[in-house]
Design a binder for this molecule. Structure first.
Ligand code: 13P
Ligand code: SF4
Length: 319
């Protein structure tokens, strides 16, 4: 295999030649995150990835993340070419919410406003009234609750449960979960906090309620990084995919970041704080897709036209 430095140089050259831009998530390989930043792309949470992809003038976007992120980019920019290093990079939330079952669930509850998390297929977004990401879901449900709306929420039960608890909204929850965040353990976190009494705890809201309950800050990946930079503390315990530690350590040098405990041993821990689908993105397959212009994301235009409405509601609300 080609050496790392050669691959990085080749990717930089190909990005220029193809007039393509790299949009990466904080959970992918550190080299890919750095490449995205150095070449005028972006590394961010899923809301900012969507916005950046939509607003960037490049005709070709390479999305280093998971499939729903590529699909969202395509839905927002049907005329752009969207490539991904590996089209099989999916998400347990997306897999756990098939469009036909979800549609039947919605049809059974016609009185509810349908709010779905970004981590879903285009067809699920097409059936929704609103799409939200972790950074803005709480504010949007609060707004809908204030308007007297009853909510049907899918697919993440932990994020849904957290929002329900914070807003008091009437929410019917789909029972999906993220296989990475579901592994964080409340009792072990409590013990770790006792070892580091001055540490602040940063938690992604896809984590179980007994982990979220111990957080100093609950938020999206970007919000967690902002807290790591801005909070007046030296040590942080981080409950999310450990891919985020690269950005935290470079953005807040001198501070100490400790991974929150998972199930504790590799026999029971399916993912051990790193998403197996995010991990499918690497230098080698990134170089290959740029070389061949392969692995293009397609979304049925009719589904795209419906899905864009639920995404744009969020983007307009966020603006
Ligand atoms: P963010 O929007 O917070 O980046 O989350 C995306 C995700 O897949 C978390 O597991
Ligand atoms: Fe999906 Fe969890 Fe992976 Fe995020 S970390 S992409 S929610 S499986």
């Amino acid at each position: 295999p080609e050496q790392r430095a050669e691959l990085i140089a080749r990717i930089k050259r190909l990005l220029k030649e193809r007039e393509a831009v790299l949009v990466a998530h904080y959970y992918v390989d550190a080299d890919l995150q750095d490449l995205a930043e150095e070449t005028g792309g972006c590394v961010s949470d899923s809301l900012e990835m969507a916005r950046f992809g939509r607003d960037h003038p490049a005709k070709t976007l390479v999305v280093a993340g998971v499939r729903f992120m590529g699909e969202t980019a395509k839905i927002l920019s049907p005329d752009k070419t969207i490539l991904m290093p590996d089209l099989d990079a999916t998400c347990s939330l997306d897999l756990g919410c098939p469009a036909d079952e979800f549609t039947a669930f919605c049809d059974a509850h016609p009185d509810r406003t349908v709010v779905v998390y970004a981590n879903t297929s285009a067809a699920v977004k097409a059936r929704a009234d609103w799409m939200v990401t972790s950074s803005i879901g709480l504010d949007i449900v609060k707004h809908l609750h204030e308007q007297g709306k009853k909510i049907l929420w899918a697919p993440d039960k932990h994020l849904g449960g957290y929002i329900q608890k914070e807003t008091g909204a009437d929410m019917l929850l789909w029972q999906g979960s993220c296989l990475v965040h579901d592994e964080f353990k409340g009792v072990e976190l409590d013990l770790l906090k006792a070892e580091y009494p001055n540490a602040k705890v940063l938690v992604h809201p896809e984590s179980p309620a007994n982990v979220v309950a111990q957080a100093d800050v609950v938020g999206s990946t970007s919000q967690m990084i902002a807290a790591a930079v801005n909070m007046d503390a030296d040590t942080f315990i981080v409950a999310t995919d450990n891919g985020i530690l690269h950005k935290m350590r470079t953005a807040a040098p001198g501070k100490t970041f400790i991974e929150a405990p998972t199930a504790g041993n590799s026999a029971t821990c399916k993912s051990c704080a790193h998403c197996p689908w995010m991990a499918m993105n690497g230098l080698q397959n990134l170089a290959e897709v740029l070389e061949n212009m392969g692995n293009e994301i397609h979304v049925d235009p009719e589904i795209g036209k419906l899905a864009v409405k639920s995404i744009n509601r969020m983007l307009d609300f966020a603006a």
